[in-house]
Design a binder for this molecule. Sequence first.
Ligand code: DP6
Length: 341
Amino acid sequence: MRSEQPTTLVREHQTGTATAVAHPNIALIKYWGKSDERLFLPRTDSLSMTLDIFPTTTRVQLTAGTQDTITFNGAPATGEAERRINAFLELVRERAGRTERAVVDTENTVPTGAGLASSASGFAALAVAAAAAYGLDDDPRSLSRLARRGSGSASRSVYGDFAVWHAGTDDLSSYAEPVDAAAGLDPALVVAVVNAGPKEVSSREAMRRTVDTSPLYEPWALSSTDDLTDMRAALGRGDLAAVGEIAERNALGMHATMLAARPAVRYISPASLTVLDSVLQLRRSGVLAYVTMDAGPNVKVLCRRVDADRVAETVRAAASGGAVHIARPGPGARLLDEDTR
Ligand code: DP6
């Protein structure tokens, strides 16, 4: 397939224009809290699985115009989204020592409110496309560091399957890289949408408030280090039960830190708890199924691929009509040949 040509070949033919695709990721060991907001340096390491559903495709074309033109699903980007993409392009220009503005066209396939942050796939796709269009380094580590400056979790979507993001201490040392998992793991992630409405507190603000005010934050950050060590070992031996247990305790611990923030940040809703209960019931009946949750009420359930349909059926009933999606490990971000788009 032409889209699998080496990236250098694609770039040679398309100086100044590049299109990239990236997928969302879900953290099994969470990123929650920054040590440097400007550089997007996290307080702790995190580890995620990239999904095979809901890709974002972004085209960056350099232009002689005097400002960036940003289109999101066919409509001009506005507000915070536009501001963040502009700031990101400024950073790319500064690094490349170039001044041309860009026309950015993004198509995001994540259904609104699916509970899958589109900032991870969005900034991973933008980083890969912008780096190619402006001629920046395109090795995975440089791309991961660049994507991080758009949204922390985007640093991990540069890679397929499992990735660990090393917190690091400065811009150079904070990047993600792939993590090996035993072939026998064969996981699926069932996404249960219990509430598709917008969140009351942005994750950025919630993170800041948690770090600044929650007495549970430091103990969680400390235990997260052990969780990461245990998680890497569990992935290496393909132990889905251990992977699930560690992911669940890490995520629920993160939500506990938020509940203890002042004022509290509460993303878990009664509907989330109903799904959590249904997963507990599944486990009691012998199905390996474990929850994780992010900055919203939707619930993601890690299970074996062979159990995914059964898990989806159970959580669909519990999520009272909310949409349910089944994901498997997906590919890393990559450039597309222009005409394959
Ligand atoms: C709960 O990466 O969206 O999903 O870096 O401020 O853009 P910013 O935050 P973002 O936060 C993700 C938080 C999380 C956990 C995770 O993905 O690790």
